[in-house]
Write a protein that binds this ligand. Structure first.
Ligand code: GDP
Ligand code: MG
Length: 360
């Protein structure tokens, strides 16, 4: 939705018009008429106060919808080579090339393909990050690279990664790693994966498999091509114009610059100077930096950026929404803080009521 009249909001939430009006008055908003359209920020705030779930949607009517790069996450069993693969891929990234091999750790990087297309890789491997993001409603990843060591085969966390990807409805590309090792047996890995229900391409399915060595840096171009092909099949597109919707991938506190968040825009364009609410924090974007650390005015879909200017430290998976003014930003942030505090308390009360068994 893009805004709603008070009467409509009351109707949808099953509350009386006057109780919705009270909520608005409590946050200091004047309501001239109950038929006047409330802004998206106000609707979200009221919805939170009355315990209604809302999702922001921006109308794409008349907006330009353009192809965008895929956002990729690497997953797999411990020691199968996720970090090594990311390191190897990072060395082929735009940042590494432009900065002469020196890259800062920024949470995501972009690899440009000879064809002109590009792929965005999230720099945090692992299931915890993926699940945490998903739990916060952040569907950032388009494709999962499932890393399986050729000498070790399918292991518990391989299966876990598969089930995460499946639950999130995210397609996988399999990278059989460590193919340089004497004990490597990629045929065995393929059979194991097939017996776990993965429909591999060479067996008539649509899951691509690539044999690589992260440390010897072989097969990386094939992997990148496979990802590009997967992305093409998915026909990934986003609205380019209009207010951005973005997600935090990573956040840290810098002594001099304050809270810094690596973010990826999902749709729209994020512009320096805009007021944003990030999770339950807010701020005015003071600087947007690209992956080389260069200041930029605007960020478009799938472009990893670092933003500066937030008042507090957000969490990975937090959504970033653009609001009209500082007042709105403060108000929405405060509303979200109240809501998360309420949820936290409710959860604690519930946990007390039905004690959960602690994991072994
Ligand atoms: P992660 O736990 O999945 O992040 O795995 P790492 O990237 O840390 O790799 C675990 C170990 O396997 C390290 O000692 C790596 O050097 C080694 N390794 C990773 N990829 C390869 C590879 O392609 N070939 C060989 N021979 N060793 C590899
Ligand atoms: Mg690792």
């Amino acid at each position: 939705f893009e805004g709603m009249a008070l009467v409509e909001l009351a109707k949808r939430s099953g509350k009386s018009v006057s109780s919705v009006r009270d909520v608005l008055v409590n946050v200091g908003e004047k309501v001239e008429s109950e038929f006047e359209t409330l802004s998206i920020d106000l609707v979200e705030l009221v919805a939170m106060e009355i315990g209604l779930n809302v999702k922001r949607l921006h109308s794409s009517e008349g907006a330009e919808i353009l192809p965008r790069p895929a956002v990729v996450t690497v997953m797999g069993h411990v020691d199968h080579g996720k970090t090594s693969l990311l390191d190897a891929l990072r060395q082929t990234s735009v940042a590494a090339k432009e900065a002469g091999g020196i890259t800062q750790h920024v949470g995501a990087f972009v690899v440009a393909m000879p064809s002109g297309a590009s792929i965005t890789f999230l720099d945090t491997p692992g299931h915890a990050a993926f699940s945490a993001m998903r739990a916060r409603g952040a569907a950032v990843t388009d494709i999962v690279v499932l890393v399986v060591a050729a000498d070790d085969g399918v292991m518990p966390q391989t299966l876990e990664a598969m089930s995460h990807a499946k639950a999130a409805n995210v397609p996988m590309v399999v990278a059989i790693n460590k193919c340089d090792k004497p004990g490597a047996n990629s045929e065995r890995v393929k059979l194991q994966l097939a017996s776990e229900g993965l429909l591999l391409e060479e067996m008539g399915g649509d899951v691509q498999v690539v044999e690589i060595s992260a440390t010897k840096k072989t097969g990386l171009d094939k992997l990148e091509e496979a990802l590009l092909l997967q992305a093409e099949m998915m026909d990934l597109k986003s609205r380019i114009d209009g207010p951005a919707q973005a997600y935090v991938v990573e956040a840290r506190l810098d002594k001099g610059r304050g809270p810094l968040a690596t973010a990826i825009v999902k749709s729209g364009t994020l512009v320096s100077g805009q007021y944003v609410v990030v999770g339950s924090e807010w701020g005015r974007i003071r600087a947007v930096r690209d992956m080389v650390g260069k200041l930029t005015e605007r960020a478009t879909p799938a472009m990893p950026i670092e933003i500066e200017g937030l008042r507090g430290l957000p969490m990975a998976g937090d959504d970033i929404v653009v609001v009209d003014s500082e007042e709105r930003a403060r108000m929405l942030s405060a509303g979200r803080k109240r809501k998360s505090e309420k949820d936290r308390l409710a959860k604690r009360i519930q946990e007390k009521a039905e004690p959960v068994e602690s994991p072994e």
